[in-house]
Design a protein around this ligand. Structure first.
Ligand code: 1GP
Length: 252
């Protein structure tokens, strides 16, 4: 079964999935591997690995160790083509559709598509959309693109629909890692009503209640990163997974 099919199954069975973003630079490898196992035990459905920048020298070794440590999918979420590894289950093959920087719309993809094929990685096409979140995020700065204004859900919906018509299989609404404000519920709701592909929401989510609100608004997957990185307890991982899954089942 492909990793994309696994994601669809998670959505079907649980109503929504909880994804944890691992930043390869945040901790030493052994700590990240222990953290990944704790995420799996706490109920996370998959791991995303990547960041706007990469300082660590042994990305490939990290992905191999993560794959040995967990059974849930390990999916690359690369800030650039330098973050690829044959050991991962899949790569989010994204186009930054909210921006008008040709390099992140199609340039990077042309450069790295052959590498992805040579590595035997499963590409999952995804529309990546930056949403204004109260301050300049790394993703905005590094990509030289403007995020979508947070009070313009119809602009987000038009981008998501164009991406769906272009054949992209996922839409990611991104406030940015460590964002001050997460994506507004209303924007998630309008995008959800407009497209039929799964919607992923992430950036600045710090409480399980915010994660469940995203699911109630229509997110199929919720991503957290920073909130778990600063010595998070396994209780918090469980609380996020529980909040996402119970909102996915329609419990309040
Ligand atoms: C970033 O959406 C993710 O791509 C996670 O963001 O680190 O703010 O949770 P946080």
């Amino acid at each position: 079964m492909t990793t994309f099919q696994k994601l669809l199954d998670i959505r079907k069975q649980k109503g929504a999935g909880y994804l944890v973003l691992i930043d390869p630079d945040k901790k030493p490898k052994d700590d990240l591997v222990r953290f990944a196992a704790a995420c799996e035990n706490g109920g996370a459905d998959a791991l995303l690995v990547g960041g706007s920048l990469l300082f660590s020298a042994d990305f490939d070794g990290l992905i191999r160790s993560l794959k040995e440590a967990v059974r849930i999918p390990v999916i690359l979420f690369p800030g650039s083509g330098g973050q690829l590894s044959r050991h991962a289950d899949a790569v989010l093959f994204m186009s930054l559709v909210s921006g008008r920087n040709p390099h992140f719309l199609i340039g990077e993809q042309v450069q790295y598509a052959p590498v992805i094929r040579a590595l035997g990685l499963e590409p999952i096409s995804m529309a990546y959309m930056l949403v204004e979140s109260g301050s300049v995020t790394s993703a905005e700065f590094m990509s030289h693109t403007k995020p979508i204004p947070r009070d313009k859900p119809e602009i987000a919906a038009a981008h998501a629909l164009a991406a769906e018509y272009l054949g992209m299989r996922l839409v990611y609404l991104e406030a940015g890692s460590g964002a001050r404000l997460s994506v507004p519920d209303e924007m998630v709701r309008v995008v959800r009503k407009t497209v039929s592909v799964p919607v992923i929401v992430g950036g600045g989510i710090r409480k399980p209640e915010e994660a469940s609100a995203m699911v109630r608004a229509g997110a199929s997957f919720v991503v957290t990163g920073n909130v778990l990185e600063d010595g998070a307890s396994s209780g918090l991982i469980q609380a996020f997974a529980g909040a996402v899954h119970s909102a996915g089942k329609g419990d309040s």
